[in-house]
Design a protein around this ligand. Sequence first.
Ligand SMILES: Cc1ncc(COP(=O)(O)O)c(C=O)c1O
Length: 488
Amino acid sequence: MALSRAQTNHGESLISSTFASRYVRAALPRFKIPEQSIPKEAAYQIINDELMLDGNPRLNLASFVTTWMEPECDKLIQNSINKNYVDMDEYPVTTELQNRCVNMIAHLFNAPIGDDETAVGVGTVGSSEAIMLAGLAFKRKWQNKMKAAGKPFDKPNIVTGANVQVCWEKFARYFEVELKEVKLREGYYVMDPEKAVELVDENTICVAAILGSTLNGEFEDVKMLNDLLVAKNAETGWDTPIHVDAASGGFIAPFIYPELEWDFRLPLVKSINVSGHKYGLVYAGVGWVVWRTKDDLPDELIFHINYLGADQPTFTLNFSKGSSQIIAQYYQLIRLGFEGYKDIMQNCRDNATVLREGIDKMGYFDIASKDSGVPLVAFSLKDSSRYTVFEVVESLRRFGWIVPAYTMPADAEHIAVMRVVIREDFSRGLAERLITDLNKVMGEMDTHAKKHVAAEPPVAKKTVHEIEKEVATYWRRLVDRKKSSLVC
Ligand SMILES: Cc1ncc(COP(=O)(O)O)c(C=O)c1O
């Protein structure tokens, strides 16, 4: 979200459109609602023209979020675009589809559900909302436990790696929980389970592990975390639980790494979130959170309303929302089935391998991602004394590629990487094309750097502060050009 600020520059307060001038001649105010209405064709044309300056979503290699679905699913989405999900009594079938999705996902994550039981979970707008809900459940459970024991309950904390996505920082700040982060180090970009367990104390509401780090796609070792925490709990009597942020990995691991134990097979894993709109293969706007059992979701967090019809339990941050994404998720689950998801994830992994090998072969880069994990390639420059990754990705833009570059969090801030996420719609051909274009860019960079060196004395290695400044300037310039490419 960009927070809107009042525009003081008078010169920029109007938008006009030559192309729409056959319908409308007057320029439109940018920040005030216009006095008069305009023809629908003009409104369409003006907005459509302005949106042409956005990047092409299919070439947006920064994002994990789905950019292609089958036309049949597009049709279902369009048909349900006017349905408010929250009107459950009026749209009982949509509610039923969400319940089926929750159960399918809970089973996929090996939740211990009895034959006559249903899973405990809810659809959300994404993993961020799912994480807020899971975090609130942990906080409330911990508070209840501390109250019952007559102990102070005003200083909850949560343990994560410094590589967590910003939604965890939001959870901590919005809901007043101290975030205790395990620092990273060069070459190790995920949470070290041993260090995480060391940070756990009596006020820890949970340890959050990531299945598919945003920064390099790596799966954290949830099994080792579970085992270490079981031992610590036995020693201290604290009973600290685990949440798994499987935003990306939740729809990857069950299909292509079935042996990997990261989910409800591990006794301390009490809740898991996953983004339906990432490898769940649905357009932006759907996530899921599932709890191990109903005892892991405190009853007092669930609201019951009846003014839309029958009793309706709700546990979400928002009230109204669209139904389309839930319906689209159900479409993907029944359309693809286990084998269909497996094929797609396998194919993404194969394409990531082709890309990784191609990039590695160029000789310019160190690969910061792993062979297993989320299918992506994160890579840094072996030598960033002559040019930086920010210049490389800027040059790649000329070819249409949108690739993000960023510095790693503490204590690996001096490492700056680029990241290419492989989604279902990123074909082998595109991977090969990207390798060719990156090769061209590197050749140009070298030529340019040589000329630069000949003309000027050598430049000293950049400090962390300089790199950060460079990142900020880089993004600001991109945003100014109305092209967005964020690490999300
Ligand atoms: C590990 C992780 N957690 C949470 C999120 C937030 O997910 P969402 O965009 O679905 O809110 C992301 C987004 O990239 C992520 O990578």
